[in-house]
Design a protein around this ligand. Structure first.
Ligand code: FMN
Length: 198
């Protein structure tokens, strides 16, 4: 392992975010054992654009063929994709918002899914191109249990990562923390994150 990409999506500061507390434990542990460099992408602080027809077309146009306007529109997706390509380990820390991912994480996915670059179409169906990487997902939720029928966050994110070729995925969750045993659940998840990263 030489490069860790750390993506966070909570709107809360470090001192309050449970998902980022888990994600940071994973990153610290993984970096300590491997000496890997860490690139951090805080999505909530970055105001990623939503994909539009123009941006989508620019993203799919080969760099050499883009107009100046298209080059500008595609620049952020180019950067996000380069971050993914350079990483051999990806840590994503995210809450569940309204039973799914935060909008910023969905915006990120809409930008990095680029046919011909991060996945491709084949005669037998789509094929992910970002192979040979490992991902860790750190999730926090107030009441939604990870893996529940109405958890569209972990299921979507795991499927999406697989779609772009990242099939080796481990999940650590502090879920349902608004309940009476919330503190114990957070402590158990922190412990699990530390062990997973060791
Ligand atoms: C806009 C918003 C929507 C939320 N929706 C859900 C939800 O659907 N299910 C749930 O269990 N918790 C929900 N929560 C609670 C968060 O998942 C919970 O507070 C979690 O700890 C947030 O992650 P963080 O601590 O990393 O910020 C929501 C919180 C916010 C701010």
């Amino acid at each position: 392992m030489s490069n860790i990409l750390y993506i966070t999506a909570s709107i809360r500061p470090d001192s309050e975010s449970i998902s980022r507390g888990l994600g940071q434990r994973l990153v610290d542990g993984l970096a300590a054992t491997s000496g890997a460099a860490v690139t951090t992408r805080h999505l909530a602080a970055n105001d990623l654009p939503y994909v539009s027809a123009e941006r989508f077309a620019a993203n799919l146009t080969p760099a050499a063929d883009r107009t100046a306007e298209q080059a500008q529109l595609a620049a952020i997706a180019d950067t996000l994709i380069a971050e993914l390509q350079a990483a051999d380990t990806i840590v994503i820390a995210s809450p569940i918002y309204n039973f799914g991912p935060p909008a910023s994480l969905k915006a990120w996915a809409d930008l990095v899914a680029r046919a011909g670059t991060t996945f491709r179409y084949t005669a037998t169906g789509p094929e992910g191109l970002l192979t040979g990487k490992r991902a860790y997902i750190a999730i926090a939720s107030g009441g939604t249990p990870v893996g529940a029928e109405f958890d569209f966050m972990s299921r979507w994110l795991t499927f999406f990562l697989g779609f772009i070729g990242i099939t080796d995925v481990a999940i650590v969750a502090a879920d349902g923390i608004m309940g009476a045993d919330g503190e114990a659940k957070i402590a158990a998840a922190q412990d699990a994150a530390q062990k997973l990263a060791a």
